[in-house]
Ligand binder design. Structure first.
Ligand SMILES: [Zn+2]
Length: 252
């Protein structure tokens, strides 16, 4: 069994062939897909996808990349959606300091508000962190009982260990399939498998073999194969343990 712990299957990119995409995912043993939200405007379509395809599990949240689109009333709305829809997580939320024109203070405010919501509703969080891992760790320290995943991990080994000690899972996607990703390779080889997840982040972040194409859950096999090679482990064991981790984290 395989779990794709982070995939935007509700995006329009899949409107023409979602059935097929899910059928090919199923053909390699993908039994669960966690589908995180990006903005309040997309929650209804995400709900529709997850209601229709039982292997898809919704997370609701406000993505930092779209910070300009979010307004304060979205936070109240989010709490209401979560109480009503009972998603598997809050997210994706987080901090993106890579793009300079995204308002840092507003990001920080919306991230902490979503951590509050997750904390109150006793849900894990799906975290987006780009060039912001130090700041993400600082924020998470205020919530000692919170758990979650850092999706498409890009921090240091030391930071990953810190996050694991704080109860978080580290998730790897297509980025680790590139030969040049030597820093990620050594991190992925050293962390305990019991704290790792695999994801595609489809339709974004395709791996080496599918560079320039639309990513899809089926391609998660390349991520698992790379992890197996880096860790001197089997594809079966990587699939088995990362699936168990996702099932435990998201109560699937
Ligand atoms: Zn994402």
């Amino acid at each position: 069994m395989i779990v794709d712990s982070h995939c935007h299957l509700d995006f329009e990119d899949f409107d023409d062939d979602r059935d097929q995409v899910l059928a090919s995912a199923k053909s390699i043993g993908i039994e669960h897909i966690v589908v995180p939200a990006i903005s309040s405007a997309t929650w209804p379509r995400l709900k529709k996808v997850c209601d229709h395809y039982l292997e898809c599990h919704a997370a609701y949240g406000l993505h930092p990349y779209y910070i300009d689109k979010h307004c304060h009333s979205d936070l109240d709305k989010l709490d209401q959606w979560i109480k009503r829809e009972q998603p598997v997580a809050v997210g994706e939320c987080g901090l993106d300091f890579f793009l300079k024109d995204l308002d840092k203070n507003k990001q920080q405010e919306f991230f902490e508000a979503q951590l509050d919501i997750a904390n109150e509703n006793q849900l894990p969080v799906v975290i987006h962190s780009r060039k912001a891992t130090e700041q993400v760790i600082l924020c998470l320290k205020k919530y000692p009982s919170l758990t979650g995943m850092i999706h498409s991990y890009s921090g240091s080994l030391e930071q990953a260990r810190q996050l694991i000690d704080m109860g978080f899972y580290i998730s790897f996607g297509g980025a680790i399939t590139y030969d040049r990703a030597s820093k990620l390779h050594s991190i992925a080889a050293k962390l305990p498998l019991e704290k790792l997840l695999v994801e595609t982040d489809a339709p974004d972040q395709p791996g080496l073999k599918h560079h320039g194409q639309r990513n899809q859950p089926y391609y998660i096999f390349d991520v698992i194969e790379t992890l197996a090679r880096l860790r001197n482990d089997t594809v079966e064991n990587i699939s088995h343990i990362t699936s168990s981790n996702a099932i435990a984290l998201f109560s699937l």
